[in-house]
Design a protein around this ligand. Structure first.
Ligand SMILES: Nc1ncnc2c1ncn2[C@@H]1O[C@H](COP(=O)(O)OP(=O)(O)OP(=O)(O)O)[C@@H](O)[C@H]1O
Ligand SMILES: [Mg+2]
Length: 250
């Protein structure tokens, strides 16, 4: 059972306050959707959870199972079971998905990271790639080098399937995906939830939620939480945009 809780988080980037007191919580077996206009601070929250340098926490805490993780390095957070799927996965020349996940597995087991991997891992990687609709070639191609936009997003989701982290933050896993891709990613999110993972899913589109009903929807605007509700909130945003939130006073 894992719970990630963000409490009154104030974060600045390059000297500018981007998050102005954000609170949310996600627990095992839940899909928490995070929506909001461009520039509202969604990715900033994701990066801050993952511990990316440059994101200065001025106040507030991030708790994993009640323990403050703000002092931990990104790698330590990952080893504690926090995974971030990037909005724009960077190309990693020389790194291959198979060797990357092998290194993570070794690290978790306390083995030298270049140790020869478990042969079952290859099977697991191939199976995850298949689930996201990619051929085995993507296990050994240089990661994200020359990948199409949709291929990058699919590989991010495949990593979540392979590494089985307890808390999964996906930053726009559906952006740039074709219709089959959106359905596949939604089905995987649902499967991970059923497997007891805690998922924080950032998206602009309620279309993702046609196949996976979120438990909670939080809307961020201007670095603050301006609305919280169920799946109906996501559908209303899709049909009306964010205007109604201003009208109702946020
Ligand atoms: N490194 C940075 N330097 C300067 N400003 C930044 C930096 N990172 C984020 N910001 C600013 O913080 C604000 C929030 O950005 P963020 O990427 O969190 O938005 P977002 O909600 O993820 O938007 P989108 O839906 O477009 O992905 C933006 O105005 C952005 O320009
Ligand atoms: Mg973003």
């Amino acid at each position: 059972m894992a719970t990630l809780e963000v409490r009154d988080l104030v974060v600045s980037v390059e000297g500018r306050q981007v998050l102005k007191g954000v609170s949310l919580r996600v627990s095992s077996g839940e899909v928490h959707a995070l929506m909001g206009p461009n520039g509202s601070g969604k990715s900033t929250l994701a990066y801050t959870i993952a511990g990316r340098p440059g994101y200065t926490v001025e106040s507030g805490v991030i708790l994993l199972n009640g323990e403050n993780i703000l002092e931990l390095e990104p790698e330590e957070r990952a080893l504690k079971g926090i995974f971030l799927g990037f909005q724009e996965p960077p190309p990693l020349p020389g790194v291959r998905l198979l060797s990357l996940v092998n290194a993570v597995y070794n690290k978790k087991k306390g083995l030298p990271i270049t140790s020869q991997g478990d042969p079952l891992l290859y099977k697991k990687v191939i199976q995850a790639l298949q689930e996201v609709g990619l051929t085995p070639v993507y296990a050994t191609r240089e990661l994200n080098v020359g990948f199409s936009g949709g291929e990058k997003k699919r590989v991010e989701v495949a990593q979540a399937l392979i590494l089985e982290p307890e808390v999964i933050v996906l930053d726009e896993p559906d952006s740039g995906l074709d219709a089959d891709g959106v359905r596949k990613v939604a089905e995987i999110i649902d499967k991970l939830r059923k497997n007891g993972k805690a998922l924080l899913v950032i998206t602009h589109y309620a279309r993702l939620f046609r196949f996976v009903e979120p438990d909670v929807v939080t809307v961020l605007s201007g670095g603050k939480v301006v609305a919280r509700g169920g799946a109906e909130l996501a559908r209303r945003i899709e049909s009306e945009g964010y205007k109604f939130l201003n009208e109702s006073g946020g």
